[in-house]
Design a protein around this ligand. Structure first.
Ligand code: NAD
Length: 360
């Protein structure tokens, strides 16, 4: 039995975590779940949103399936999601965006993979608040050393991008492309403006690409990439991006395949991996047995593949695809009319997937 941590999250998290656990178990995968908590509900009870026991469990097991966790905007604790990725050095965020028949979208036949750097960039958490003493010192230093004058009322976020951080994520994207039989890697940046961060990213990307001559390489400026993805998504395959652009373009690519409800993801490092959906905790739907469990279930498919349980992964993905294609036992967001009374709940959609696994 392989032991796996199940982080149940908050908001819609607990209900989709349970639906996913049942679906994964129905494949017969030899997994033992260790349930762990995190999020605002735990915060209220234990005074911390991320108990040590949860981090310990992920460290010990090396693999976790995680439901979404709320990050209050502007106040409260920093994102637990970002913290976990940094604490465990899960440097590669892999988000496949694939069209499934039956999911309404303006596009069909999309098959893209977003590989997002997870530990650096503006997400590194190096921030200086407006008015703080150290911010004043930093502003004085910057005004003395650059040609710009920054006002004292400025807040500052730092964007670190290193050679080694870039090299390992671009290498990851190429290794992924090689392993999965993909043809092209596109590196995305804004090197024309941010020469010392995105410029470095581009230079390292070009250097790494030389070691993979069988895989096509190209680069795109991020604003152009957004337009290209909307106009000609079929031109792209594996897309590697720094943290912030990766976050934004992941949602764009999720939109191409029908929305966040069907967009899975994996955060992978040398010592572990956490599998989670691209979407958040959708607090307004919490506890209503209403939302679509597909994105977390497909994250479970990625986890099974990562663990080498390939036939279990394929059976689960096939069952999900079949239930969605049939369109009968699906949640409201997968119905043509979102108010369709025949839409089923989270748990009932999981039941349909489980019976489809049984019948093949
Ligand atoms: P969200 O993804 O929770 O919701 C965006 C929209 O998508 C909403 O309309 C929501 O109802 C819908 N939606 C999301 N998941 C769905 C599902 N499974 N089925 C059907 N509809 C679904 O994004 P948000 O509202 O910007 O964020 C809510 C909270 O989640 C914030 O605190 C945010 O920081 C957090 N968040 C967490 C993660 C994570 O845990 N990895 C990721 C993104 C956002």
């Amino acid at each position: 039995m392989t032991k796996v941590t199940l982080i149940t999250g908050d908001g819609i998290g607990p209900e989709i975590a349970e639906a996913t656990r049942r679906c994964v178990d129905a494949t017969g995968a030899a997994l033992e779940w260790e349930t762990a908590e995190a999020g605002i509900d735990v915060m209220a009870r234990l005074g911390t949103p991320l108990p040590e026991s949860t981090i310990d469990s992920v460290r010990k097991n090396g693999i976790a399936l995680k439901a979404p966790i709320t990050t209050p905007v502007g106040t409260g604790f920093r994102s637990i999601n970002v913290y976990l990725r940094q604490a465990l050095d899960l440097y590669a965020c892999v988000r496949p965006c694939k069209s499934y028949k039956g999911v309404r979208s303006k596009y069909s036949d999309i098959d893209l993979v977003v590989v997002r750097e997870n530990t650096e960039d503006l997400y590194a958490g190096i921030e200086f608040a407006k008015g703080a003493d150290e911010t004043g010192e930093l502003i004085d230093w910057l005004n003395a050393h650059s040609k710009r004058v920054i006002s004292k009322t400025t807040g500052i976020s730092i964007k670190p991008i290193s050679v080694e951080g870039t090299e390992r994520i671009v290498r990851y994207a190429f290794d992924y492309a090689r392993k999965m039989g993909r043809r092209k890697v596109t590196s995305v940046h804004k090197a024309n403006i941010m020469k010392f961060t995105d410029g470095l990213w581009l230079e390292v990307s070009r250097e790494v690409a030389k070691s993979y001559p069988e895989i096509e390489f190209e680069d795109r400026i991020v604003d152009n990439m957004c337009m290209q993805l909307i106009q000609k998504p079929e031109l792209y395959d594996v897309i590697v991006l720094p943290n912030l652009y990766g976050d934004i373009l992941s949602d764009l690519c999720a939109g191409l395949v029908g929305g966040l409800g069907v967009a899975p993801g994996a955060n992978i490092g040398l010592k572990g991996a956490i599998f989670e959906a691209t979407h958040g905790s959708a607090p307004k739907y919490a506890g209503q047995n209403k939302v679509n469990p597909t994105a977390v279930i497909l994250s479970g498919v990625l986890m099974l593949r990562h663990l080498g349980m390939v036939s279990e992964a394929e059976r689960l993905e096939k069952a999900v695809a079949s239930v969605i294609a049939e369109g009968k036992y699906v949640t409201y967001d997968l119905k043509e009319d979102r108010n369709d009374p025949s839409a089923v709940g989270t748990s009932e959609m999981a039941d349909a997937i489980i019976s489809r696994i049984a019948t093949g």
